[in-house]
Design a protein around this ligand. Structure first.
Ligand SMILES: [Zn+2]
Length: 516
């Protein structure tokens, strides 16, 4: 019997000998605190029992960075530790008592194994893409498709939340409509104030089910997330569903013009229609003037009888390094995909056809961005038509595009063969409800006034307490209204750093404010 078991074990080792090394897992995290000691217990699982490095960090809840001094933390921390159950970490945070109403804590467990990029690429699955497409397809316009629009917003939010992203909704008014950019941040482990963005717009025009435009792009974002969420990254990765692309890029414009000044966006990978493929001759038309601007690419397409069987990656002068990273990822890991780099050799405003999506909002504020696209109306005959349905799309091609994009993001963000766990731990007010309200405070930095909005919590019976850096109360405002947005007058504040505590009977959160 024992011999048989051994034989089976040996066989299975042979069978799975080439399987990729599994990323370690952090499970059963328990958090407790008493006096000024925070105690964490957790299990570390590693399929291969590799030795692991365990690190702990903490920050002020709401900050981009986890930069508090935790060098006095003790427990299962350090390098070359054995995985297993019952790990613990204790941190004496006396130095920070009174510093903040909340801490954000993070544990990282790294087995220092190399990432198998080919295996990562192969995790992208055309069936998963089809499932996402099926859930998203349908008119998603504020006037003619409000139900599907809101269902897709909820789908994006729930995928972000269930993948452990810090999920926020940036809202802004557009006519009588409240637009929503849905943002999920995978918090980086080292360079967390730097981020790579993977985005797509989720709205459609008023009479099209928008399968290619742009359910395909949103499916790409969600499938990239599904695979990347199994790893950790040095930089943060933000997954964004933009609203109102079809209305003059209003969603991405709002985002790009209200950037957090503490955050640096190093690259934007914008999916704009990635599902339409054809290997029929003359299925691809070439926009006017492209033969002059991109002679090599156009002659290759011509030589291939103008088949629409490739992905086009557009970059402005500032974005060619990202475009090159995409081409390399495609060439190494997705050999079946033909990809053309359209690096615009002049100011992008001279090639308006390549500015027709959300990447252009980033180009205009100097952030490197690429548009990843099947060519829209220059290939897809159903562009902005009721016939833009899943049946016209090719999910095998889509999977190839998403593989190259996902590898590009992983490399740009500094992928690690590591697991990350983070949590916001309330310390000062243990009676607080678990409900978390996300507030957007803008402009910030500001003078004279700020706006505060929340799409999750009503602004009724709200107390806004403004404190200076020494914790002294400078101003208190009582708000009682039903608006989602309020404007606070702070024209009497001198320039400097302030904290803005927003509290009511069932929530309590603090934001930073810079007055210029
Ligand atoms: Zn579009």
């Amino acid at each position: 019997m024992r011999l048989l078991l051994l034989l089976l074990l040996t066989l299975s080792l042979f069978q799975f000998g080439n399987a990729q090394n599994q990323v370690p897992q952090i499970e059963n995290v328990q958090t407790s605190y008493s006096d000024n000691i925070l105690n964490l217990s957790f299990d570390v699982i590693d399929a291969e029992n590799d030795l692991v490095d365990i690190t702990f960090s903490a920050g002020d809840d709401g900050d981009l960075e986890l930069n508090l001094d935790v060098s006095n933390a003790t427990g299962d921390l350090g390098t070359n530790l054995t995985p297993g159950a019952g790990k613990s970490i204790s941190w004496d945070f006396s130095n920070y008592s009174g510093f903040a109403p909340d801490f954000r804590i993070m544990i990282t467990v790294d087995d220092n194994q190399p990432v198998d990029f080919q295996a990562l690429a192969n995790e992208i699955d055309s069936q998963e893409l089809l499932n996402f497409l099926t859930a998203i397809e349908g008119i998603r316009h504020r006037n003619t498709g409000a139900t599907q629009l809101s269902s897709v917003q909820n789908l994006i939010r729930s995928e972000f939340e269930s993948s452990g992203l810090e999920t926020t909704t940036q809202i802004f008014g557009f006519g009588g409509y409240t637009a929503e950019n849905i943002i999920g941040r995978m918090i980086g482990t080292a360079d967390m104030t730097n981020c790579v963005i993977i985005d797509a717009h989720y709205d459609s025009v008023f009479d099209s089910p928008g399968a290619d435009d742009n359910a395909s792009g949103v499916s790409g974002v969600l499938e990239s997330l599904r695979v990347l969420s199994g790893y950790s990254f040095d930089k943060s990765i933000k997954f964004i569903g933009f609203d109102l692309e079809e209305d003059g890029l209003a969603g991405s414009n709002h985002y790009a013009l209200n950037l957090n000044p503490s955050e640096t966006t190093v690259a934007v990978l914008n999916y704009e229609m990635i599902g339409y493929y054809s290997n029929q001759p003359n299925s691809q038309t070439i926009p006017p003037g492209f033969g002059t601007i991109f002679p090599a690419q156009v002659s290759q397409i011509n030589a291939n009888n103008n088949r629409g069987d490739f992905i086009a990656v557009s970059a402005d002068l500032n974005s060619t390094a990202i475009s090159a990273a995409f081409q390399n990822a495609a060439a190494y890991y997705v050999p079946g995909l033909t990809s053309y780099a359209l690096d615009i050799p002049v100011n992008s405003t001279l090639v308006p056809d390549l500015r027709r999506s959300d990447h252009a909002s980033f180009w205009d504020v100097g952030i490197p961005a690429i548009m990843i696209s099947d060519g829209a109306n220059f290939r897809n005959p159903f562009y902005h038509e009721p016939e833009d349905t899943i049946g016209s799309l090719d999910t095998t091609f889509m999977a190839q595009v998403v593989r190259a994009t996902t590898i590009t993001a992983a490399q740009l963000a500094g992928i690690r063969h590591a697991a990350t766990y983070w949590e916001d731990v309330g310390l000062m007010n243990s009676a607080r409800s678990p409900q978390k309200c996300q507030f957007q405070l803008s402009p910030n930095p500001t003078k004279e006034y700020f706006r505060l909005f929340s799409n999750e919590c009503a602004m009724t019976d709200l107390t806004i307490t403004i404190r200076d850096v020494n914790g002294r109360m400078i101003k208190e405002l009582q708000i009682n209204g039903s608006d989602q947005e309020i404007v606070a007058d702070i024209s009497d504040l001198i320039p400097g750093f302030y904290s803005v505590q927003i509290s009511s009977s069932n929530f309590d959160t603090t934001e930073k404010l810079i007055v210029q």
